[in-house]
Design a protein around this ligand. Structure first.
Ligand code: C2O
Length: 516
């Protein structure tokens, strides 16, 4: 961590209230301990301009290796934070106002721009951890493997602590956005006068996940149940290609294995669905929906851990991995994976959505209507090599997981919003082939690390980038890939209609894994 001592603000914040009116509220500067000087951060009017056109740039990552900051001491006796559903928070005017105040204060910290705990610099912590391997990989890559859950848990912890500090409430808790029960983002997130607004999203007010069937596929209750029943956090050594909840051990992105199923499934799908800032990892955490999204991802882990026989990794490599963040006093601190999994340290629980509110979730349209998608480059068809591996015992398979399809060396462009629709034995599949076709296997939602190609190789030294992906193969599609008949896989790149640009994808190999 390399920021100088930050300057912190004076005690008055001008923030927008709901419904377009503005209201002043007081912020108690004493909550920001550490001898921070009052320095006039909150210029009147600065906030309005920010809502319209947030100014946020990317830092240049330094070369070398990140030094570990001083270990964070989790405060003893701190109140437990109870994260509630976004839907419940929005229905509670006092809780919603608190959320708006906290985000308003965070965005108001933008001027001057060097506070490490302001909205932009906090988002850039995430940007920095989307680095690529190479000579200048200063930060860890925390996606595509077993660090995904604990790093994001730590990030949420400190983000929440900072927000709570800004409004003087040590029990402040982020809401979680449960896409399953709340498939429509509450309208307040689309109010241009609210700090919850992000002008760059692809989705608009009222748009529902249930109207986008291939996103809904990964957020529906039955898929979440499939995820919650996955037996292993990481694939067992005896079966390294098995699907897992949390992903394999990784050494940045050189790993030939596959993401955990939560990361690859609803996590990626919802990033892609929201689009805009959320559509690529460099900008994702600029959208405050990111934190509701990741609180829900974290809730899935919290729930999974309570399942019979479920255990987190015990490897010291995992437990001792540390991450640097900023605390509420804007000092650099580190925490470990062991802290992230220690309930006494992070001390967060999730409250279920009250039944009465849950009953209101929209149902998918019977027609499975798809929104406008167009071809994005050409479909690619490959023969399927067969990998005969036992994934899990046949008896424990579900409709979602009759087999696994592995796509290796998938090279994709650095553009947002591209989806790869995958079909078995349907070589004529194209952008017009409906996903209700029985040959449809699933969709890979590409969430690129960068919204644009890097300007210079030393900006994380990003090569044309290849990843491995795996999809669960539903029974009906597996049945169409008969043994001994040389099945083929066809990958159809599409994107939302408004933005076709004609890029190519490449694929090295594909393999079908059947259960024993
Ligand atoms: Cu670090 Cu949802 O991404």
């Amino acid at each position: 961590m390399r920021k100088d001592e930050p300057r912190m603000g004076r005690s008055r914040v001008e923030g927008p209230a709901l419904g377009g009116s503005r209201r002043e509220f007081l912020r108690d500067a004493s909550v920001l301990a550490g001898g921070l000087a009052a320095a006039g951060l909150f210029a009147p009017g600065a906030f309005g301009a920010l809502v319209d056109q947030p100014a946020c740039g990317f830092p240049t990552p330094p070369a070398g290796t990140e030094p570990q900051a001083q270990a964070y001491t989790f405060p003893a006796g701190a109140p437990q934070r109870v994260r509630r559903s976004l839907q419940e928070v929005v229905a509670d005017p006092a809780a919603l106002q608190q959320l708006v105040n906290a985000y308003g204060a965070l965005k108001a910290l933008l001027s001057p721009p060097d506070s490490p705990i302001n909205w932009c610099n906090q988002a850039n912590i995430h940007y920095n951890h989307c680095s690529f391997p190479g000579p200048n990989a200063y930060y860890l890559q925390i996606h595509f493997g077993w660090l995904f859950f604990p790093w994001h848990r730590g990030y949420l912890y400190f983000y929440e602590t900072i927000l709570g500090g800004l409004i003087g409430d040590t029990s402040f808790a982020l809401p979680y956005w449960d896409w399953t029960t709340t498939p429509v983002v509450p309208d307040v997130f689309f109010d241009v006068n609210s700090p919850l607004y992000d002008p760059n999203r692809s989705i608009v007010a009222g748009q529902s996940i249930v109207d986008d069937p291939e996103v809904y596929y990964y957020t529906q209750a039955s898929y979440i149940t499939y995820l919650e029943n996955l037996p292993n956090y990481s694939p067992p050594a005896s079966n390294p290609l098995a699907p897992s909840f949390g992903g394999p051990p990784d050494d940045d992105e050189g790993n030939p294995q596959f993401q955990g199923k939560v990361e690859a499934g609803p996590h990626d799908a919802v990033h892609s669905w929201v689009g805009g800032d959320m559509g690529s990892f460099d900008t994702a955490a600029r959208d405050l929906l990111f934190f509701g999204h990741h609180a829900n991802v974290d809730r899935l882990w919290w729930l999974w851990q309570q399942g019979a026989g479920h255990a987190n990794p015990t490897s010291p490599t995992w437990l001792n991995q540390w991450f640097n963040f900023w605390n509420a006093q804007a000092n650099p601190v580190s925490m470990t994976v062991a802290d992230a999994v220690n309930p006494q340290a992070v001390n967060v629980v999730y409250k279920a959505l009250p039944q009465a509110l849950a009953a209101a979730a929209p149902r998918p349209r019977a027609s499975g209507r798809e929104e406008g998608f167009v071809a994005e480059g050409n479909p690619v068809t490959l023969p399927l090599a067969s990998k005969q591996r036992a994934l899990v015992a046949r008896e424990s398979l579900t409709a979602f997981a009759a087999g696994e399809l592995h796509l290796e060396g998938v090279e994709t462009p650095h553009q947002r919003g591209i989806r790869l629709r995958v079909f078995i034995n349907k070589p004529d599949a194209d952008a017009s082939t409906p996903i209700t076709d029985p040959h449809y296997v699933g969709t890979i939602f590409l969430v690129p690390m960068r919204s644009q190609p890097p300007l210079a190789a030393n900006q994380h030294g990003m090569p044309a980038h290849a990843h491995n992906y795996s999809l669960v193969v539903p029974d009906r599609a597996l049945a169409l890939a008969k043994e001994g008949e040389e099945p083929k896989v066809t990958v159809v790149p599409v994107r939302r209609a408004e933005k076709a640009a004609g890029v190519q994808i490449k694929l090295k190999s594909a393999a079908l894994v059947r259960p024993k």
